[in-house]
Write a protein that binds this ligand. Sequence first.
Ligand code: RTP
Ligand code: MG
Length: 138
Amino acid sequence: MERTFSIIKPDAVERNLIGSIFQMIEEAGLRIVATKKIHMTKAQAEGFYAVHSERPFFNSLTEYMCSGPCVVSVLEGENAIKRYRELMGATNPEQAAEGTIRKRFAQNIEANAVHGSDAPETAAVEISYFFNQLEIVG
Ligand code: RTP
Ligand code: MG
Protein backbone atom coordinates (compact mmCIF):
# COMPACT_ATOMS: atom_id res chain seq x y z
CA MET A 1 0.00 0.00 0.00
CA GLU A 2 1.20 3.49 -0.86
CA ARG A 3 -0.07 6.94 0.07
CA THR A 4 -0.12 10.08 -2.03
CA PHE A 5 -1.17 13.66 -1.41
CA SER A 6 -3.91 15.41 -3.38
CA ILE A 7 -5.14 18.99 -3.62
CA ILE A 8 -8.42 19.98 -5.26
CA LYS A 9 -7.27 23.46 -6.29
CA PRO A 10 -9.23 26.73 -5.83
CA ASP A 11 -10.63 26.80 -9.39
CA ALA A 12 -12.27 23.39 -8.93
CA VAL A 13 -13.58 24.08 -5.41
CA GLU A 14 -15.05 27.37 -6.68
CA ARG A 15 -16.91 25.47 -9.44
CA ASN A 16 -18.40 22.93 -6.98
CA LEU A 17 -16.35 20.02 -8.34
CA ILE A 18 -15.27 18.43 -5.03
CA GLY A 19 -17.81 15.62 -5.28
CA SER A 20 -17.16 14.89 -8.95
CA ILE A 21 -13.38 14.70 -8.38
CA PHE A 22 -13.78 12.52 -5.26
CA GLN A 23 -16.03 10.24 -7.32
CA MET A 24 -13.34 9.86 -10.01
CA ILE A 25 -10.72 9.14 -7.30
CA GLU A 26 -12.88 6.48 -5.65
CA GLU A 27 -13.97 4.91 -8.93
CA ALA A 28 -10.26 4.59 -9.83
CA GLY A 29 -9.88 2.41 -6.72
CA LEU A 30 -8.03 4.90 -4.54
CA ARG A 31 -9.21 5.30 -0.93
CA ILE A 32 -9.53 8.74 0.71
CA VAL A 33 -7.90 8.18 4.13
CA ALA A 34 -7.84 11.85 5.22
CA THR A 35 -9.38 15.06 3.89
CA LYS A 36 -10.12 18.65 4.88
CA LYS A 37 -10.94 22.05 3.39
CA ILE A 38 -8.34 24.75 3.95
CA HIS A 39 -7.59 28.27 2.73
CA MET A 40 -3.82 28.72 2.41
CA THR A 41 -1.99 31.92 3.16
CA LYS A 42 0.51 33.17 0.58
CA ALA A 43 3.33 32.01 2.87
CA GLN A 44 1.84 28.51 3.17
CA ALA A 45 1.48 28.25 -0.62
CA GLU A 46 5.08 29.44 -1.08
CA GLY A 47 6.26 26.83 1.40
CA PHE A 48 4.30 24.08 -0.28
CA TYR A 49 5.61 24.93 -3.77
CA ALA A 50 9.15 25.85 -2.62
CA VAL A 51 10.64 23.51 -5.27
CA HIS A 52 9.27 25.91 -7.90
CA SER A 53 10.57 29.11 -6.25
CA GLU A 54 12.92 29.90 -9.15
CA ARG A 55 10.33 29.25 -11.86
CA PRO A 56 8.80 32.22 -13.73
CA PHE A 57 5.27 31.13 -12.77
CA PHE A 58 6.01 30.89 -9.00
CA ASN A 59 4.35 34.15 -7.94
CA SER A 60 1.29 33.61 -10.12
CA LEU A 61 0.98 29.99 -8.95
CA THR A 62 1.18 30.84 -5.25
CA GLU A 63 -1.25 33.79 -5.64
CA TYR A 64 -3.69 31.43 -7.33
CA MET A 65 -3.28 28.69 -4.69
CA CYS A 66 -4.24 31.12 -1.90
CA SER A 67 -7.03 32.81 -3.90
CA GLY A 68 -9.70 30.58 -2.36
CA PRO A 69 -10.26 27.35 -0.43
CA CYS A 70 -8.68 24.04 -1.45
CA VAL A 71 -9.47 20.47 -0.41
CA VAL A 72 -6.37 18.57 0.70
CA SER A 73 -6.51 14.77 0.96
CA VAL A 74 -4.39 11.69 1.52
CA LEU A 75 -5.11 8.87 -0.94
CA GLU A 76 -4.15 5.25 -0.40
CA GLY A 77 -3.80 2.27 -2.71
CA GLU A 78 -1.30 0.10 -4.54
CA ASN A 79 0.94 2.37 -6.64
CA ALA A 80 -1.20 5.30 -5.49
CA ILE A 81 1.34 7.95 -6.57
CA LYS A 82 1.60 6.80 -10.18
CA ARG A 83 -2.09 5.90 -10.48
CA TYR A 84 -3.23 9.30 -9.21
CA ARG A 85 -0.83 11.10 -11.58
CA GLU A 86 -2.35 9.09 -14.44
CA LEU A 87 -5.88 9.90 -13.30
CA MET A 88 -4.99 13.62 -13.08
CA GLY A 89 -3.61 13.83 -16.63
CA ALA A 90 -1.01 16.20 -18.06
CA THR A 91 -0.28 19.56 -16.37
CA ASN A 92 -1.54 21.38 -19.48
CA PRO A 93 -5.17 20.32 -20.04
CA GLU A 94 -4.68 20.67 -23.81
CA GLN A 95 -2.32 17.69 -23.54
CA ALA A 96 -4.36 15.71 -20.99
CA ALA A 97 -5.76 12.34 -22.07
CA GLU A 98 -9.48 11.60 -22.34
CA GLY A 99 -11.00 10.43 -19.07
CA THR A 100 -8.53 12.31 -16.85
CA ILE A 101 -9.51 14.86 -14.21
CA ARG A 102 -7.63 17.66 -15.95
CA LYS A 103 -9.14 16.86 -19.36
CA ARG A 104 -12.61 17.12 -17.83
CA PHE A 105 -12.15 19.98 -15.39
CA ALA A 106 -8.91 21.98 -15.82
CA GLN A 107 -9.31 25.51 -17.18
CA ASN A 108 -5.69 26.18 -18.22
CA ILE A 109 -2.09 25.20 -17.38
CA GLU A 110 -2.25 27.02 -14.03
CA ALA A 111 -5.88 26.59 -12.93
CA ASN A 112 -5.69 22.86 -13.57
CA ALA A 113 -8.07 21.51 -10.91
CA VAL A 114 -5.79 19.14 -8.98
CA HIS A 115 -2.34 18.49 -7.56
CA GLY A 116 -0.79 15.09 -6.89
CA SER A 117 2.59 14.11 -5.45
CA ASP A 118 5.19 13.01 -8.01
CA ALA A 119 7.36 10.63 -5.92
CA PRO A 120 7.40 8.81 -2.56
CA GLU A 121 9.72 11.42 -0.99
CA THR A 122 7.54 14.35 -2.04
CA ALA A 123 4.37 12.50 -0.98
CA ALA A 124 5.74 12.06 2.55
CA VAL A 125 6.77 15.72 2.82
CA GLU A 126 3.49 17.00 1.37
CA ILE A 127 1.28 14.78 3.59
CA SER A 128 3.12 15.94 6.72
CA TYR A 129 2.83 19.59 5.59
CA PHE A 130 -0.97 19.40 6.06
CA PHE A 131 -1.82 16.35 8.22
CA ASN A 132 -0.70 14.77 11.47
CA GLN A 133 -0.81 11.00 12.00
CA LEU A 134 -4.07 11.14 14.04
CA GLU A 135 -5.90 12.68 11.08
CA ILE A 136 -5.08 9.80 8.70
CA VAL A 137 -7.40 6.81 9.08
CA GLY A 138 -6.54 3.97 6.73
P1 RTP B 1 1.17 19.67 -9.50
O1 RTP B 1 2.56 19.79 -8.89
O2 RTP B 1 0.27 20.82 -9.09
O3 RTP B 1 0.57 18.33 -9.22
O4 RTP B 1 1.28 19.75 -11.06
P2 RTP B 1 2.35 19.11 -12.05
O5 RTP B 1 3.30 18.25 -11.27
O6 RTP B 1 1.59 18.50 -13.16
O7 RTP B 1 3.10 20.41 -12.58
P3 RTP B 1 4.38 21.18 -12.00
O8 RTP B 1 5.37 21.31 -13.10
O9 RTP B 1 4.82 20.57 -10.69
O10 RTP B 1 3.77 22.63 -11.74
C1 RTP B 1 3.06 22.90 -10.55
C2 RTP B 1 1.86 23.75 -10.90
O11 RTP B 1 2.28 25.03 -11.33
C3 RTP B 1 1.35 25.54 -12.28
N1 RTP B 1 2.06 25.77 -13.53
N2 RTP B 1 1.91 26.88 -14.22
N3 RTP B 1 2.17 28.91 -16.16
C4 RTP B 1 2.83 27.78 -16.31
O12 RTP B 1 3.55 27.56 -17.29
C5 RTP B 1 2.70 26.76 -15.29
N4 RTP B 1 3.32 25.60 -15.28
C6 RTP B 1 2.91 24.98 -14.16
C7 RTP B 1 0.26 24.49 -12.44
O13 RTP B 1 -0.80 24.78 -11.53
C8 RTP B 1 1.00 23.23 -12.05
O14 RTP B 1 0.10 22.22 -11.69
MG1 MG C 1 4.34 18.91 -9.54
